[in-house]
Design a protein around this ligand. Structure first.
Ligand code: CTP
Length: 401
């Protein structure tokens, strides 16, 4: 995600995990955010403020009595912030914020903060589970502050349990999620992505070039917008987006079963997967030999048509379910896309030309044209698959609201 023009406030308190926040800062900077770091005195015992100052390219807020001379730096920082993340957040900081105590630069700034706040507790398990800490976390949550549960594992104090600060990429992902409107809250979205794989024999298969990037971008975007997401995926080399329930499949038949099995739970179905249209009539139990029963130098593979998953969903879906299909074409985009929308009973189809640079299977960008049953046509420009994903979801939200 790009954070160009966004102001992020990063509060670091005195926990051993403070070192992880150097990487967290780098992730925000890499995404284009302007970051101001505030540290408690205890935090400076773990990581020197100079590290944060150099990497953030901003002075570190340490003391209310130092700095600009105007005496209101903390108010300026708070009013400018679009997002505040506190990592690691100690029991002491959590207690102070929960009760409105402002006795240093960080807690004072936080009381003036009106933007979304993400707090990442990190401490010894017994401290974390202490009823007073838990009650303070509840108080913060009730006041609209977001709490990121700590990971479990071996802690710096050599005990094992809940209390580890999650990895920087995970905190970054959850923090970025706060920038999105939750216009899909309460909805379940069923997405299919990636290629299908049809076995020929134990070592060979038929498949296609789909990387899964477009479907995964839609699944991740929908989760960030508040949806519950079930992602039925063919074999790809991508990690499942955070918070998404992934069901891994290989063949068209397996994808059919997984999609139809979850169909009843879905409000919106988006079928991005590149499903193989044909599969071998039979799968050989043993590796086919080059000089076997086939004629020398030739081999014929008999194929049979796969089920059309999207068409089956189109026939079964309830009237209150919204169905989106994809059409990968090499020519006559509009004619073929509209034909597929009719034939498969879709509410919307996202059509793209494959084989052009910057668009299609393996690229990080895509050029998509959206057609709806109501006759609406949206010609999206070439853009990142993440942006295309949000544009498709915007169109779906508009159609169902
Ligand atoms: N699709 C499907 N099951 C299939 C084939 C396709 O569910 N057996 C879905 C795809 O996931 C996509 C849409 O149908 O959402 C269109 O896929 P595409 O490959 O463009 O079209 P086909 O229906 O396979 O038609 P053709 O190969 O003739 O272009």
């Amino acid at each position: 995600m790009t954070l160009n023009g966004k102001h992020v406030f990063l509060g670091v308190t005195g926990g051993i995990a403070a070192y992880k926040c150097v990487e967290l800062l780098r992730l925000f900077k890499k995404a284009g955010a302007d970051v101001v770091v505030a540290m408690t005195r205890a935090a400076t015992r773990f990581v020197g403020p100079a590290t944060f100052e150099v990497l953030s390219e901003n002075p570190v807020l340490l003391d209310l009595w130092e700095g600009s001379g105007s005496g209101v730096a903390h108010i300026e920082v708070a009013s400018k912030s679009d997002l505040a993340v506190i990592a690691p957040a100690t029991a002491n900081f959590i207690g102070k914020l929960a009760h409105g105590i402002a006795d240093d630069a960080l807690t004072t700034t936080m009381l003036a903060m009106t933007c979304p706040v993400l707090i990442c507790p990190s401490m010894n398990t017994d401290m974390y589970q202490n009823i007073r800490v838990q009650k303070n976390l509840d108080l913060l949550e009730e006041s609209g502050i977001h709490i990121l549960d700590p990971d479990s594992g071996v802690l710096a104090c050599k005990t094992a349990g809940a209390g580890r600060l999650p990895e920087p990429w995970f905190i970054f992902d959850r923090a970025c999620a706060l920038f999105y409107k939750k216009d899909l809250k309460g909805k379940t979205i069923l997405v299919s992505a990636g290629p299908t794989v049809e076995a020929i024999d134990p070592v060979r298969f038929l498949s296609n070039h789909s990387s899964g990037k477009m479907g995964y971008a839609i699944a991740g975007a929908a989760e960030k917008r508040g949806a519950r997401v079930i992602l039925v995926s063919g074999p790809v080399s991508l990690d499942a987006p955070v918070g998404v329930e992934r069901v891994s499949v290989e063949s068209c038949d397996q994808m059919y079963d997984a999609m139809l099995g979850s169909l009843g739970q879905a409000d919106i179905i988006i079928k991005v997967a590149a499903v193989g249209d044909f599969k071998p009539v039979s799968v050989q139990a043993h590796k086919i030999k080059k000089n076997g029963e086939q004629d020398q130098g030739h081999m014929t593979l008999e194929l049979t048509q796969n089920k059309d998953i999207l068409k089956a969903i189109g026939l079964k879906k309830r009237t209150n379910q919204y169905l989106v299909g994809f059409a990968a074409e090499t020519r006559d985009l509009e004619t073929y896309a509209k034909g597929k929308m009719e034939k498969k009973h879709l509410d919307m189809i996202a059509a793209n030309i494959v084989g052009k640079s910057g668009s299609g299977f393996k690229a990080d960008t895509n050029k998509v044209k959206l057609f709806t049953r109501d006759g609406l046509v949206t010609d999206l420009p070439l853009m990142s698959k993440e942006k295309v994903a949000h544009a498709i979801l915007d169109a779906v939200v508009q159609a169902i609201s």
